[in-house]
Design a protein around this ligand. Structure first.
Ligand code: PLP
Length: 419
């Protein structure tokens, strides 16, 4: 190239066609490189654009619900085609997109009805907007929390058009505190909102009413349980609930304890796609579904398809068909055998975590391979990027969050480090 004259943007972009990126993105890379006075850098800029695209990665961090990796592992392989998303195939009449996956989930957690929206934050927002507009919603001061990504209960309440009625104190709230506030003629309590302390713990001199106690009060109780554990008995696992699940609230038991509605995420312990579920009494669920916000927050066919697949696995009691549960319950011996079979790095005992802002202090015994130094950047550059973690100057790849079919790719990437 003539170094005195900058190459034309078009020529430079065309010379990068082998990257496979669409031409307009190559033009952007070429322009940026020429503007920086370094046309040669166009290729690395184009590669940077490619790396920034959404793609499959291998999660070797040991964090099962990794917020930066989309929480629960997602299985979507849908061929192009129409779906009966709002058509009743039996009658030929218009149907409801809420009649499939949400109805199956309701069946799986013992609810009369359920509704799916975009995520749990929007589920809470919709419930408040539909059931308590301009009225008071009683929340314990111990539950006025921020749950990751700027989801703050007081702010969500304000946005919904409901009024926050603070009850009790940060560390201690009793059922009588709610009673007293509700008896005050100046208040107009439409519902009690119970919010699970997903990502933090208050310990020491503490007291909080149970769901069953709050359900005895005279207004509907809505429980935001967050993680979406469907049933505390975990009937989809042959050995029942794993020990690390501890006292995580579950949808079925929260409803049995008398909550009018539960809301939870689709992509935490439920192990499905990003979604928010509102489950409980048919009349309250229907009122949420009729609110104009429900239309704005409704999920599309891809999400409903993935959610339906998850719901069917629960109903079939097939935890192995739900990637999150399959990974979370893989026996340590199996992980060790896989780590040894990689034949690279040092096999170590380690600990995975549930992640995703759930079960903040829980660790799950696991096995990984360790290599010296911080090799994360190189692993991220592998053909299928691998995300690992660093501990005490070693890079650790935890096998619990790696699908066994990816072991070969992981082994190849680790071997390439030695070269
Ligand atoms: C995670 C969580 C949310 C937010 O869920 P998203 O699906 O991320 O919107 C809300 N409430 C509780 C209690 C949670 O744990």
């Amino acid at each position: 190239m003539d170094t005195n004259r900058p190459p034309s943007v078009h020529a430079l972009a065309t010379s990068l066609a082998d990257t496979g990126l669409p031409h307009p993105l190559l033009v952007d890379a070429a322009r940026q490189a020429i503007a920086a006075g370094d046309p040669e850098s166009a290729r690395s800029i184009a590669e940077g654009i490619e790396v920034s695209l959404l793609r499959r990665v291998i999660n070797a961090t040991g964090t099962l619900l990794h917020t930066n990796l989309g929480r629960a592992p997602l299985a979507v392989e849908e061929p192009a085609g129409y779906r009966n998303i709002e058509l009743d195939l039996a009658t030929g009449e218009r149907g409801s997109r809420q009649s499939q996956a949400p109805t199956l989930l309701a069946r799986a957690c013992g609810a009369e009805a359920a509704l799916a929206v975009n995520n749990c934050a929007s589920a809470v927002m919709l419930v408040l907007a539909a059931l308590a507009p301009g009225r008071d919603v009683a929340v314990s001061r111990g539950e006025l929390v921020e749950i990751g990504g700027g989801f703050r209960i007081p702010e969500v309440l304000e946005q919904s058009g409901a009024r926050l009625l603070e009850v009790g104190t940060t560390n201690r709230t009793r059922t009588d505190d709610y009673r007293r506030r509700m008896a005050d003629p100046a208040t107009d309590v439409a519902m009690i909102l119970q919010v699970h302390q997903s990502n933090y713990k208050i310990s020491g001199f503490t007291e909080m009413p149970t769901t069953a106690q709050l359900a005895e009060l005279d207004v509907p109780l809505v429980a935001d349980i967050g993680s979406g554990l469907l049933d505390a008995a975990c009937p989809w696992l042959p050995d029942g609930p794993p020990r690390w699940l501890a006292d995580e609230p579950a949808a079925r038991q929260t409803l049995e304890d008398g909550a009018s509605l539960v809301v939870f995420s689709g992509d935490k312990l439920l192990g499905g796609p990003q979604a928010g579920i509102i489950a409980g009494g048919a009349e309250l669920v229907a009122r949420c579904g009729r609110h104009p916000l429900a239309r704005a927050l409704r999920p599309g066919g891809l999400v409903l398809g993935a959610l339906q697949r998850t719901a069917l696995a629960y109903l079939a009691r097939d935890g192995q068909a739900i990637p999150f549960w399959r990974m979370a319950t893989t026996p340590v011996d199996e992980l060790r055998a896989r780590a040894e079979a990689l034949g690279v790095g040092r096999v170590i005992e380690t600990a995975s975590v549930p992640g995703g802002g759930t079960l903040p202090t829980v660790e799950i015994p696991s096995v990984g391979v360790a290599v010296a130094g911080d090799r994360r950047a190189e692993l991220r550059g592998a053909p299928v990027p691998i995300v690992a973690r660093v501990e005490e100057d070693a890079t650790i790849c935890d096998l619990r969050t790696v699908d066994p079919t990816d072991d070969i790719l992981l082994g190849q990437a680790l071997e390439a480090l030695d070269a």
